[in-house]
Design a protein around this ligand. Structure first.
Ligand code: ATP
Ligand code: MG
Length: 437
């Protein structure tokens, strides 16, 4: 992409209500534009990042065996009346009446819609397990939308729904999501910690929130330090038997505020105790027959008897993750994207557009590095402004091409994360960066 043809509206003056660093940086880098409270347009740079996050989430859902569908944003109230949630959901639900006076709503979640799909087609335990997911915009009329995309009213969520014949089978589905979540967040460059979460009136121990530690997080959380040192399980696991992996993590103390057990926490050695703020990036939940019973989603079991299926739902805040990644990865100069979600693989900075030798070298690099999806600053802005924009938008590598260097036969390669700079010949720089792909 040539910057001269791109739309990258970086901003100097940002609204005072942008309190946290990720919100400020997303506005400054021209990633998002507020349309109304908690409702945003995603500008080109932001959209690139959002799509990358979405794709990693998708790949890890697919790997775990979940199957993608797409459900609508608009839902009929009738389905929610069946599950008895229409009244219960309260003011967070945006209720809309259509021209035929039918009660509709902008979906805040999709248990009812997916249960209706399930019951229409699936009749036998032989067709289970089944896990259907979608990545779709949700609307919740939050009392306090804030922190930019972190707590929006309209936000992008991955929501998966598992259907199983009984509780032990549902536990396997739960474990698959548990491991898929650890792998997903690790690929996004985040350290996530599964923490016991409230199961409400349903009870049981099968609800975990996945938390990324950050000073600006909205949740107060407590955990055993050992969890911070544990890597993700990775893709090469036995997806049919994940109990040991889940047990290893859930044996260690980790709870959000609502579930906090001060005595159990105090029992840890003092230097093992982590009490911190965190961002909830995902939530997995087993709810048994909560929707299948009232909505009559039943399958015939091996004995021929029909029974309500056991369900779970599993959310990831895809748009919230864009903010969470920035909270976890930035410095004074701007965003530092982890490579897997970076909007561009490399930024090429032409320090003297119009100078024929500089143009030729930069064009050569731009053509040679096509596979890295380069952003080429071919504008005639001042070098200082170019450097600060590139640092701000956080592309992992910068290739800086200027007339002085070229006279010496070199260009500069800068790693955004460390700030480390290296002078190389143009060919050597191209070779080094090409190896990053
Ligand atoms: P929270 O406690 O933050 O309101 P929740 O418990 O309401 O979250 P879920 O219903 O479990 O959230 O939704 C799944 C995921 O969607 C959450 O883990 C979070 O990452 C994301 N999410 C929820 N509400 C919002 C929001 N208002 N803006 C952005 N992302 C959200
Ligand atoms: Mg909520």
């Amino acid at each position: 992409m040539r910057l001269s043809r791109y739309f990258l509206p970086v901003m100097k003056d940002i609204p005072a209500e942008a309190q946290i660093v990720s919100h400020r940086l997303m506005l400054r880098a021209g990633m998002i534009r507020q349309v109304a409270a908690g409702i945003y347009s995603w500008l080109p740079l932001g959209l690139r990042v959002l799509k990358k996050i979405e794709q990693i989430v998708r790949e890890e859902q697919n790997r775990s065996g979940a199957i993608e569908i797409l459900m609508p944003t608009m839902q009929p109230a009738e389905l929610w009346k069946e599950s008895k949630r229409y009244e219960a959901y309260g003011a967070e639900m945006l209720r809309i009446v259509d021209r035929h006076e039918r009660d509709m709503l902008f979906g805040p979640t999709a248990e009812e819609v997916v249960t209706d799909i399930f019951r229409a087609y699936v009749k036998s335990y032989r067709d289970l397990p089944l896990n259907l997911y979608n990545i779709q915009w949700k609307f919740r009329d939050e009392t306090r939308p804030r922190f930019g995309v972190m707590r929006g009213r309209e936000f992008l969520m991955k929501d998966a729904y598992s259907f199983d014949v009984d509780e032990p089978a549902a536990r396997k589905a739960y474990n698959r999501m548990f491991v898929a979540y650890l792998n997903t967040f690790a690929r996004l460059g985040l350290k996530s910690i599964p923490m016991r979460a409230d199961t409400g009136p349903i009870g049981g121990d099968l609800s975990h929130e996945f938390i990324v530690l950050a000073e600006t997080g909205e949740s107060q959380v407590y955990c055993d330090r050992a969890l911070l040192d544990m890597g993700a399980p990775g893709p090469d696991v036995d997806w049919d038997d994940l109990q040991a992996i889940v047990d290893e993590r859930t044996a260690l103390y980790a709870a959000t505020d609502e579930m906090h057990d001060a005595a159990a926490f105090e029992a840890l050695k003092e230097d093992q105790r982590v009490s911190a703020r965190g961002i909830e990036v995902g939530h997995i939940f087993y709810f048994g027959e909560k929707y299948s019973k009232p909505m009559n989603a039943v399958v015939a079991g091996p004995d021929g008897q029909s029974r309500p299926i056991h369900g779970g739902s599993y959310g990831i805040g895809v748009s919230r993750l864009a903010g969470a990644i920035i909270e976890a990865s930035h410095d004074d100069a701007g965003i530092v994207w982890p490579e897997p979600v970076a909007p561009f693989g490399v930024a090429i900075v032409n320090l003297k557009a119009g100078d024929s030798a500089t143009d030729a070298a930069a064009e050569k690099a731009y053509a040679a590095l096509g596979a890295l999806d380069p952003l080429y600053d071919d504008t005639d802005a001042r070098p200082g402004a170019k450097f600060s924009t590139m640092d701000l938008i956080g592309v992992p590598w910068q290739l800086i091409v200027g007339p002085k260097g070229l006279e010496k036969g070199v260009v500069e390669v800068k790693e955004r994360r460390t700030g480390a700079k290296e002078e190389l010949s143009l060919d050597a720089a191209i070779k080094k960066l090409s190896a990053k792909k």
